[in-house]
Design a protein around this ligand. Structure first.
Ligand code: SAM
Length: 256
């Protein structure tokens, strides 16, 4: 009775569930928010750890199931829709780790939400469809390298941990899955320039096959930047540090 529109695929392999939970360091924070706990296959292992477990779940049937089977989960630790959760408000500005076997239909939104709250989220471990896990950990000059790689890696170091086969889910998804771990590591030079950085990365990869001079036209390239060497190459050639340097030069060329 899994609900397709909620991206429900329940993990049936206990060892994989334990491995995902064990991949959290549990260092430097006291709280963990699990996104999409479903029937609690990860939650069970989290509740054995020395952390306060919170759950973001939107499916009422799953919520009832969790309340019934995991009495250790506190009523006030159910936070509802992750995408609508005001993280600093719910956690009083305290740091927390995020974990999940995520609903794949909103993978990018989940990752962007974590980035937007990076000052509260030192660590994340979780499962996405393999392609997203690979894009998140992608390196320059590969097909996986793109907006997700650069934006996530600007804030976090990303490790691809392992691949998970379709047949350990009920119902099985159409694609393989991949587990990643992200540890916060804000790259130098980003602070204060984040809005422009995100605009440049998104526009730069907007037309992957074109040179940056072309794909960044939509932003209005400042005159002083017009002969920058990065404009003569494609976005996929640039490292995260290159994008940050480029953003900073762009900003100073505007005299702001
Ligand atoms: N963690 C469980 C497991 O491993 O078996 C369930 C994983 S299932 C892939 C994704 C879960 O995310 C479902 O339980 C679904 O109801 C929930 N979900 C979907 N959208 C959500 C959202 N916006 N916020 C919180 N949970 C959501």
């Amino acid at each position: 009775r899994a609900k397709k529109h909620l991206g429900q695929h329940f993990l049936t392999d206990q060892n994989i569930a334990r491995d995902i939970v064990d991949s959290l360091s549990l260092e430097g924070y006291k709280k963990v928010l699990e996104v999409g706990p479903g029937m609690g296959v990860l939650t069970k292992f989290l509740l054995e750890k020395d952390v306060e477990t919170y759950v973001a779940e939107i499916d009422n049937e799953s919520i009832d199931y969790l309340k019934k089977h995991y009495p250790k989960l506190e009523e006030q630790h159910f936070v509802g829709d992750f995408l609508k959760t005001d993280i600093p408000a719910v956690f009083g500005g305290e740091e927390l780790a995020v974990i999940g076997n995520f609903p794949y239909n909103i993978s990018s939104q989940i990752l962007f939400k974590i980035i937007d709250n990076f000052q509260y989220v030192p660590e994340m471990s979780g499962m996405f469809q393999k392609e997203v896990a690979e894009r998140t950990s992608g390196v320059p000059r590969t097909k996986d390298y793109g907006i997700l790689s650069v934006l996530v890696q600007a804030y976090y170091d990303v490790e691809y941990l392992f691949t998970v086969h379709e047949n350990v889910f009920n119902p099985p998804p159409k694609v393989k899955s991949g587990v990643i771990r992200m540890k916060r590591n804000l790259k130098p030079g980003l602070e204060g320039n984040e809005v422009l950085f995100k605009q440049i990365v998104k526009a730069g990869f907007g037309q992957r096959r074109k040179k940056m001079s072309n794909s960044l036209k939509v932003l209005g390239i400042p005159e002083a930047m017009s002969s920058h060497r990065f404009l003569d190459i494609r976005a996929e050639e640039l490292s995260v540090a290159d994008f940050i340097d480029f953003t900073n030069e762009w900003k100073s060329s505007l005299g702001v």
